[in-house]
Design a binder for this molecule. Structure first.
Ligand code: NDP
Ligand code: MG
Length: 391
């Protein structure tokens, strides 16, 4: 039995599903290893033990996990909840076929546990729906269902104790950049700061370089961050840059967001050597398409398009919402999340459709069957075979 496994009991993991008891007792098979993997994430002390965010790799964590088996474990934990919503990929294939497999990118503000429980005031969401032991499984289920090659997350406040250990065993390499003054730290019993996280599959990409960026606004350092990485595709040897960000929230901060967006664009100009390297930027921009920061991205010399516009009939309109919640102040339905891409160098082959109003339901999000107030966005990209030189 690998070291550490014996210390887990049902009480310590806080779940009461009998399937897990059997798994725990029958050490040595695949399920028991998974059980332990999932159970380990329920011990949330890792971040506080490592305040400097430097965790030396635990060799035990490198043992691979079969995604199908982890998905079954998650479903077992979630057996009392309503089933996941069905969402379909919409085929957007252009007439330029690609000889290489597509690159699947997921953008998702997963909702920080501390903010969901302590700050967000989702008045129609029962507190039981937010229990981390189960909500964590809903988040993992969503990731495992779509199996992205690259995962761009915001509001991650369980990186070291949950996502890094589990996703690394699924073959991902992860990077986390916490916000300097995360509002999570104001919440009692918080699990550390929230921030952006970027994961990519190591068997598909090689990391060429990585930058953690603290965004500025009019030269002032702000509380918002981004991660930008240049990756090389192992199949095609082509390089591209992937970035994740989470801009300042709330009304009244439009000019601040705009300045943060300009700073991010300037950083990305430098990283892509003036748009020589194709770019994908994922983020919760906290800005509707009418805002200045959106317009800066849409008209940038980086030649970006917003992938989810391609789901509209004319290809010109953003979806009606990417987040939908009810706060004490009322219902908030907004389009705030985007996947930008270099429109000359890359094509969107398909995009995951959004949830319908009926699926979201009258109490909106988060809920017992969807873990965040923001929807995940998922796109399949391919490189255009003959880049026309104008990225
Ligand atoms: N100690 C210090 O010196 C400092 C402390 N701070 C702390 O940081 C906080 C602000 O940080 P900042 O990064 O600017 O925060 P933001 O305004 O960007 O919001 C932080 C989070 O709150 C969520 N949010 C948005 N609207 C609401 C709402 N109406 N009610 C509740 N939550 C909402 C956002 O989610 P989403 O993006 O999904 O909308 C976001 O994740 C301060 O309140 C303070 O706690 C900040 C600076 C200095
Ligand atoms: Mg939020």
């Amino acid at each position: 039995m690998p070291k550490g496994y014996s210390s887990f009991s049902l009480q310590s993991i806080g779940v009461g599903h009998s399937g897990l008891v059997f798994s725990a007792c029958s050490m040595g098979n695949g399920t028991s290893r998974l059980y332990s993997a999932l159970a380990k994430t329920l011990n949330s002390s890792a971040a506080s033990q490592h305040p400097e965010y430097l965790v030396s790799p635990d060799p035990e964590q490198l043992e691979p996990i079969d995604p199908k088996e982890l998905l079954e474990e998650c479903r077992a934990v979630l057996h009392t909840r309503p089933p996941r919503f069905q969402r379909d990929f919409v085929d957007l294939r252009t007439d330029c076929p690609s000889s290489h497999p597509p690159i699947r990118v997921m953008q998702w503000n997963i909702l920080a546990q501390a903010l969901g429980e302590g700050k967000d005031n989702f008045v129609q969401c029962p507190v039981e729906a937010l229990k981390w032991e189960e909500r964590k499984c809903l988040i993992l289920e969503e990731i495992l269902a779509y199996q992205p090659d690259i995962l761009c997350l915001q509001e991650v406040d369980h990186y070291f104790d949950t996502f890094q250990p589990l996703l690394s065993r699924l073959g991902y390499q992860g990077t986390f950049f916490p916000k300097p003054w995360s509002p999570c730290l104001d919440v009692e019993h918080n699990n550390g700061p929230d921030g952006c996280a970027l994961f990519f599959l190591q068997n598909r990409f090689k990391l060429v370089n990585s930058a953690n960026i603290r965004l500025t606004a009019m030269t002032l350092k702000t509380n918002q961050v981004a991660i930008a990485q240049t990756l090389e595709c192992k199949e095609s040897s082509r390089q591209f840059c992937i970035a994740v960000t989470h801009l300042k929230a709330r009304t009244g901060w439009e000019r601040f967001r705009s300045a943060q967006g300009c700073d991010l664009l300037q950083n990305l100009q430098n990283i892509t050597q003036g748009a020589k390297i194709p770019l994908i930027v994922c983020g919760d921009f906290n800005a509707e398409p009418t805002e200045e920061v959106y317009k800066h991205f849409a008209s940038s010399s980086l030649n970006l398009n917003s992938a989810y516009k391609l789901l509209s009939a004319d290809g010109q309109s953003e979806p009606p919402y990417t987040t939908w919640k009810i706060r004490t102040s009322g219902e908030c339905r907004h389009t705030l999340d985007y996947i930008w891409y270099s429109k000359h160098a890359l094509s969107v082959r398909s995009a995951l459709d959004l949830l319908t109003e009926e699926q979201i339901g009258p109490n909106r999000l988060p809920s017992f069957n969807y873990p965040s107030d923001h929807l995940s966005l998922v796109c399949d990209f391919s490189f255009n075979e003959e880049p026309d030189g104008l990225l």
